[in-house]
Design a protein around this ligand. Structure first.
Ligand code: V55
Ligand code: FE
Length: 491
């Protein structure tokens, strides 16, 4: 049997597509700006096989890596499976062998002990190498030219952590990669590995610390002085996993925390600051320090945005009832007992992006996705939470100025990538895939790549790449300039 369940995880933009491809010279409407020379890599999880369990979720789909390659105004498209150990074992067996999301106790006995990571969340570029990452395992190196899988990356045998976050941070000024891995010692291990790789990709520091509870640490932030882990009460539990239960359950009665330490310091300097109860966040926009004050900007909501993580914790609220805001947390590090001061700085939303040069520094603009309050009709189904965003926002966090790009009725929009401009004073460009419905059938839509002026999102796209296809939902993406592609370690 190889039939897919008809749940939210397999319909709309989650409809299994499962096709590797290479297409040259996609149809382009309008003019591609000359600055856009390079590759837009995207993680688009898809299902090589029907799942073992009918209640499977979109986060449990095999990693695929997509690339829009822009050269001289033309755009080519390539899409390949990430050939993880798991993907290859299932390809050989011609069926799913791995069971529930991040629960090895539900696997076929034939794969006991095998690495379960799917490398399906974020393409990461650092020091001339491309990785596909998922927070439950190490990254897989991928050849950026051929998209062939090279293998699991352990920093030339130096990395101890068994996991690598899907949200490392690169300091654009120093070229260093700051990253972490939680459950670093294996399933349900409370240890978090905090690591730094230098601009050449050498692992120069790895230290482990314990988190206060077994939370999902999806993202973190750096400033010029600090490394900061905001953590939220969505927790795992070994006994629940052994009983065949969910990896994550949200705990509405527990507090959030911030772990903060000097970014080049020792983990013994970590300070834990208690935050609001029951809240949730998957992505931070940015953080920066200003004297003793540290500002952390987060896509915060009053409960977990994933229905299956809420339900596993007994939280039953409709997706449309979730409240949130782009939120600034400020702490005064000169205090013996710093408190979090909280204020909203923008509408609710997620999938935030920043110009590379603004990472960890005071900044005056960022972009993220939201629900347009004026949009008529239901959103495009699909994506990790089951409904896609339908508005792209540009925010000036200093003054709260917000501008919005709308999409056609019923369309969905995916996380943009920012491309810097070579012209001084020009804010660059955003690339974002928009899925536009063709009929009431949720699987019937056309995916277009829109090119938008980053400082004038309200004007809509200056060019559209018409793929002629319905593409599976993206999670995250990254832009790699032609100069970086030319400097890749792999040829
Ligand atoms: C996220 C995505 C994941 C995952 C955990 O976007 C969290 C959040 C695509 O996989 O495993
Ligand atoms: Fe993420």
């Amino acid at each position: 049997m190889n039939a897919f369940p008809q749940t939210i995880h397999f319909i709309g933009t989650n409809t299994p597509r499962r096709v590797e491809m290479s297409v040259r010279d996609l149809e382009v409407e309008g003019q591609i700006p000359a600055d856009i020379e390079g590759a837009f890599f995207r993680a688009v999880p898809d299902n090589a096989h029907a799942p073992m369990f009918n209640d499977d979720i979109a986060l449990n789909a095999d990693g695929m890596i997509a690339r829009f390659n822009f050269t001289k105004g033309a755009v080519d498209y390539d899409l390949r499976w990430v050939e993880t150990e798991r993907h290859l074992a299932e390809r050989e067996a011609r069926r799913a062998l791995f069971g529930q999301y991040r629960n090895p106790f539900t696997d076929d006995p034939s794969v006991a002990g095998m690495d379960r990571t799917l490398a399906n969340t974020t393409p990461v570029w650092h020091a001339g190498r491309l990785y596909m990452t998922k927070e439950d395992g190490r990254g897989y190196e991928v050849n950026p030219h051929t998209l062939a899988t090279v293998g699991k990356w352990d920093f030339h045998g130096k990395l101890r952590s068994q996991t690598f976050t899907a949200h490392p941070r690169v300091d654009d000024a120093t070229g260093e990669l700051f990253f972490f891995g939680y459950e670093a010692g294996g399933l349900c291990d409370p240890n978090v590995a905090y690591c730094i790789a230098d601009k050449d990709g050498n692992l120069v520091k790895e230290q482990w610390f314990e988190q206060p509870y077994l939370s999902t640490i999806h993202d973190f932030v750096i400033t010029e002085k600090y490394a900061i882990w905001p953590i939220f009460p969505t927790l795992t539990d070994l006994d629940r996993l052994k009983a065949g239960g969910a990896h994550w359950a949200h705990h509405p009665d527990l507090p959030s925390y911030i772990g903060i330490m000097p970014r080049y310091g020792d983990v013994s300097e970590m300070r834990w600051i208690e935050g609001p109860v029951g809240v949730s966040c998957f992505h931070e926009v940015n953080a920066y320090d200003d004297g003793d004050m540290v500002h952390i900007d987060l896509c915060l909501s009053n409960t977990n945005a994933f229905p299956f993580m809420r339900e596993a914790g007994g939280v039953h609220i409709d997706q449309r009832e979730i409240q949130g805001a782009l939120t600034r947390w400020t702490i005064d590090m000169s205090k013996a007992d710093p408190k979090i001061e909280e204020r909203p700085i923008g509408p609710p939303g997620d999938l935030c992006r920043l110009a590379d040069a603004d990472q960890g520094r005071a900044y005056n603009r960022a972009w993220y996705l939201s629900m347009n309050p004026q949009a008529k009709g239901p959103p495009m189904l699909g994506g990790p939470v089951g409904a896609n965003f339908n508005a792209l926002l540009r925010i000036e966090p200093g003054n709260g100025r917000v501008t919005m790009m709308e999409v056609p009725p019923g369309a969905g929009i995916s996380e943009p990538a920012h491309v810097a401009s070579s012209q001084p004073g020009h804010g660059g460009w955003l690339l974002t895939v928009v899925d536009i419905p063709n009929s009431p059938n949720p699987a019937d839509y056309s995916s277009e790549l829109w090119i938008v002026e980053a400082d004038a999102v309200e004007n809509g796209p200056v060019a559209k790449v018409k793929t002629g296809m319905a593409m599976r939902s993206q999670v995250h993406g990254c832009w790699v300039s032609r100069a970086k592609m030319d400097g890749a370690r792999m040829k």
